[in-house]
Design a protein around this ligand. Structure first.
Ligand SMILES: Cc1cc2nc3c(=O)[nH]c(=O)nc-3n(C[C@H](O)[C@H](O)[C@H](O)COP(=O)(O)OP(=O)(O)OC[C@H]3O[C@@H](n4cnc5c(N)ncnc54)[C@H](O)[C@@H]3O)c2cc1C
Length: 530
């Protein structure tokens, strides 16, 4: 996509996908209003795999209850979507495990969950309509996903459904504050976090209903067990070949991240009770678990961000931005998740392999295969970077501090194209989430919304000394350096531990940080002058 087209989105000259969806809803409003009840209501689950606090599921259930017809849950596995979205096998597996829990929870309420695989993503809208018709459902609900393909598909589905005598209601749910509602005094969307966050806080104070948690559904009205008997026997689809894990990986991830919303809610309570107060001071420290590790649950929707904010607020004596610095800091991190989604909705071209700042399209990147491989494998000779990349391989998750360190290292020290790192993260993270990942890579590579100038380049050594002072994190993930004692762990070849490092096969640094820094500064400078 050209920079001119990106600019046209920014100027509002090109219709954004969210506007396409809004238009489809507006233009079919009369037609949809005249649609009758039907004999069932359907909720289409996507990345909202939970019962508790889901806006669309709640509305679907209330509507079914008022009309005494059964509610049916639907989930479609789309291998093409997973491939297109670079969904990691770990995340696919987590989704399938979460579906199993969801099916059990729904089953206890006599609500069936129909699950199937559709090989061709294009076929999904037609298939959804077909299923609704098969079940006699004339009302379909789903929570909105904000990626470009999803919004466009939703818009087509609204029209297709209306033409097929089905009322499809896409609902805002995944953000605490709906994208688009926060504007500056000039009526513009924010692209800088701090003023946006002030506005987010003010909005929530003025609109407390946005923090009202939606009740989970009760027992299914009607006689679903008899009417839709076969649906209760539905099996969770198998992972497509492209997304299958080895047994060893699957067992490990199952142990690290047990699936389901009960686990998520328990982790949330536990984190807030035990670690929440200390979060502000300890969140960047790498040894031990100082953050919530709830991101996998947010990503597949086993936990809603609203519930997390509401629970943290309650724990913080009812305040979002006062009282305890630990809870305040955690709430502000959850706000980052909203922020990056707001950015995605307003500047949809970031979904099309573009960075946020068009002037950065001119940066000359390197494409050295060996250096990229060394980064992926955690063999760069920079212990903090290597520890983090190995953590990612083992856990399909990485600490936020090291996500910043390794993204800066890839794009500034190695000068490798940020898109390669962004892609590698998505392909490997269990919490891979387009908006947050793109935002994080924009931050690390200075090509995103972050207003800090490009000359903020993380020094891996300083980061290591500051956030892993005893070297425990490094020793855990880089066994070749376990015998190294003291400060040498951060830079073994330069600080007197070369013999141990060499003996154990730990690589020498693949670049010189000071030289790389100068090269990066030069490249950014000349790109901006073009
Ligand atoms: C290069 C890079 C890539 C990233 N990719 C992803 C990704 O694919 N998916 C993802 O969920 N997060 C991503 N992040 C953000 C952040 O690193 C993770 O959300 C966080 O590490 C998850 O751990 P946690 O649940 O323990 O977080 P906590 O510290 O407990 O924070 C709670 C929640 O707040 C949200 N959050 C925290 N920090 C951020 C942030 N900087 N941006 C957006 N949301 C945030 C997450 O939902 C997180 O679960 C990325 C950050 C960087 C720098």
């Amino acid at each position: 996509m050209s920079n001119e087209r990106c600019q046209a989105y920014t100027d509002g000259d090109l219709e954004r996908p969210i506007e396409t969806l809004q238009k489809a809803c507006r233009e079919t409003a009369d037609q949809r209003q005249s649609i009758s009840m039907g004999s069932a209501v359907v909720h289409w689950f996507k990345s909202d795999l939970r019962l508790h606090d889901s806006r669309a599921l709640h509305t679907a259930y209330q509507f079914a209850k008022e009309n005494q017809v059964p509610l049916i849950g639907l989930y479609i596995v789309s291998p093409e979507d997973w491939t297109a979205h670079l969904t990691s096998p770990a995340r696919a597996d987590f989704t399938l495990r979460t579906l199993k829990r969801l099916q059990q929870d729904l089953g206890e309420l006599d609500i069936p969950l129909h699950m199937e695989t559709q090989e061709k993503r294009k076929a999904i809208p037609k298939r959804v309509v077909e299923l609704c018709q098969q079940w006699g459902a004339k009302n379909l609900y789903a929570n909105i996903e904000y990626e470009v393909d999803e919004l466009r598909r939703e818009a087509r589905l609204v029209r297709l459904c209306a033409d097929s005598d089905i009322n499809f209601t896409p609902t805002h749910d995944t953000c605490v504050v709906t994208p688009g509602v926060l504007t500056s005094q000039q009526g513009k969307q924010y692209s800088v976090y701090t003023p946006w966050y002030r506005s987010w806080l003010a909005f929530l104070k003025e609109n407390p209903d946005y923090l009202e948690v939606s009740e989970e559904p009760g027992p299914n009205p009607g006689n679903a067990r008899q009417q839709f008997k076969d649906l209760f026997d539905c099996k969770v689809p198998a992972a497509p070949k492209t997304h299958t894990l080895s047994d060893e990986d699957q067992n490990r991830f199952e142990g690290l991240y047990p699936a389901g919303e009960h686990e998520a809610l328990q982790r949330l309570d536990n984190f807030l009770e035990v670690k929440g107060k200390k979060y502000e001071e300890s969140r960047s420290m790498l040894s031990g678990e100082n953050t919530s590790v709830l991101s996998p649950y947010f990503a597949c929707g086993a936990l809603s961000a609203r519930t997390a904010v509401v629970t943290a607020k309650r724990t913080n004596k009812g305040y979002l931005d006062r009282y305890d610095p630990g809870y305040m800091a955690w709430i502000s991190e959850l706000a980052w998740r909203d922020f990056y989604r707001h950015v995605l909705v307003n500047w949809p071209f970031i979904c099309m392999n573009k960075c946020f700042k068009p002037e950065n399209t001119n940066i000359e990147w390197e494409y050295d295969k060996d250096q990229f491989q060394a980064w992926c494998e955690g063999k760069t000779g920079f212990p903090i970077v290597d520890a983090a990349m190995r953590q990612l391989r083992h856990c399909a998750w990485m600490h936020n501090r090291t996500r910043m360190v390794v993204s800066s290292f890839l794009t500034k020290d190695l000068m490798l194209d940020w898109r390669r790192g962004e892609r590698y993260f998505m392909e490997n993270l269990i919490d891979g989430d387009f908006a947050s990942n793109h935002g994080g890579w924009g931050f690390g590579s200075s090509t995103g919304v972050d207003p800090q100038p490009y000359f903020r380049i993380f020094n891996p050594l300083r980061q290591s000394e500051r956030f892993d002072p005893e070297g425990e994190y490094i020793r855990h993930w880089v066994p070749e350096l376990r015998e190294v004692s003291g400060k040498a762990i951060h830079e073994p070849y330069a600080k007197g531990a070369a013999a141990i490092a060499q003996k154990n096969g730990y690589p020498r640094p693949i670049v010189d940080h000071a030289e790389s820094r100068d090269r990066a500064l030069g490249r950014f400078k000349s790109a901006l002058q073009k």
